[in-house]
Design a protein around this ligand. Structure first.
Ligand code: 3SL
Length: 243
C-alpha cells in the first residue's frame, strides 16, 4: 500500500529517499501560493532556481524575473512574491522564480520522479493528483531557512487528512501535522496569527497575503516539474482578479 510521509524542513530531507516518491513541495507563505496563482492565471511556465544570479541569467531568454529575499522584492526584478502580483498581466509569460525557501526546497528535491507544487489554494487538486500516482508521497515543507514553519505543517496535515482513505500514514511528523490541522482548520488565519512568518509579513506591512494564501481550493491546477520547468496539468482557470 502507498504511504504518505512529511518532511518538516528541508534540513531533514537527508532522512528520506525522494527518488521513488511523488514529492509535494509546500511553502504556503508565499512561494508555492504564488506559483499556483501564476499558473492558474495562464503563466506559460515557471523556471524555479535557487540563486539570484541563476535567475538573472534567464532574462536574456525572455523570462520575467520574480521572487524575493527575506520577503522583499529584489530591486531589479519584475515581480515580488505576493500572489496579488500574479492575478493579472501574467497570461503567456515565462517566469524565472527564486525565493528564500520555496525554490531551495524544490532544488533539494529534484531527484524525485514526480515533483508537484502544493498550497491551500490547490489542496484538493494536489490530493487527487497524488492519489493517482503509483508512488508513495512525501510532503516537503519549505520552512524558513531550514527551520520548521507552522503554515507549511498545517498544509501537510490537510493533505494527510485527504489522503487517509487512499494509503497508510506511518510517520509521526504526518500524524502531528494532522492533529495540528484539525485544531486549526476552522480558522487557519487566526491560528497562524502568532506564527513567526505572519509576524515577519506584518513587520513588512504585508497583511492581505495571509488571507489569500490560506483560502482553500481557489484553483484546480497542479504545477508539475517537467524538464526543470513548472507547468500546469490543465489549462488556466479563472479565479480571483486583483483589486
Ligand atoms: O521563502 C520563500 O520562499 C518565501 O515565500 C518567503 S516570503 O513569504 O516571501 O517572505
Amino acid at each position: 500500500m502507498k504511504r504518505i510521509e512529511v518532511c518538516l524542513t528541508p534540513e531533514l530531507l537527508h532522512l528520506y529517499d525522494v527518488r521513488n516518491k511523488a514529492v509535494v513541495i509546500v511553502d504556503v507563505l508565499r512561494a508555492t501560493s504564488c506559483m499556483v496563482t501564476a499558473l492558474a492565471h495562464g503563466a506559460a511556465e515557471i523556471f524555479p532556481v535557487a540563486s539570484l544570479d541563476a535567475c538573472r541569467k534567464m532574462k536574456a531568454a525572455g523570462y520575467q524575473l520574480a521572487g524575493e529575499r527575506d520577503g522583499l522584492k529584489v530591486e531589479d526584478f519584475d515581480k515580488g512574491n505576493s500572489p496579488f502580483e500574479y492575478l493579472e498581466d501574467i497570461a503567456g509569460k515565462k517566469i524565472a522564480f527564486t525565493t528564500t525557501n520555496g525554490t531551495q526546497a524544490i532544488e533539494k528535491s529534484r531527484d524525485a520522479p514526480i515533483l508537484v507544487i502544493g498550497a491551500f489554494l490547490n489542496l484538493s487538486a494536489v490530493a487527487r493528483f497524488v492519489e493517482q500516482q503509483p508512488h508513495s508521497v512525501l510532503i516537503v515543507c519549505a520552512g524558513w531557512k531550514g527551520r520548521y514553519s507552522l503554515e507549511d505543517t498545517l498544509f501537510a496535515g490537510a493533505l494527510v487528512e485527504k489522503w487517509q482513505s487512499v494509503g497508510t500514514l506511518d510517520c509521526d511528523a504526518g500524524l502531528s501535522a494532522l492533529h495540528l490541522y484539525r485544531a486549526a482548520k476552522e480558522n487557519l488565519a487566526g491560528f497562524l496569527e502568532q506564527s513567526s512568518h505572519v509576524r515577519r509579513l506584518n513587520r513588512l506591512n504585508i497583511h492581505r497575503d495571509l488571507e489569500f494564501c490560506v483560502t482553500t481550493d481557489t484553483y484546480d491546477v497542479v504545477p508539475i516539474l517537467m524538464n526543470n520547468r513548472l507547468v500546469t496539468n490543465r489549462p488556466a482557470t479563472r479565479g480571483p482578479q486583483s483589486g
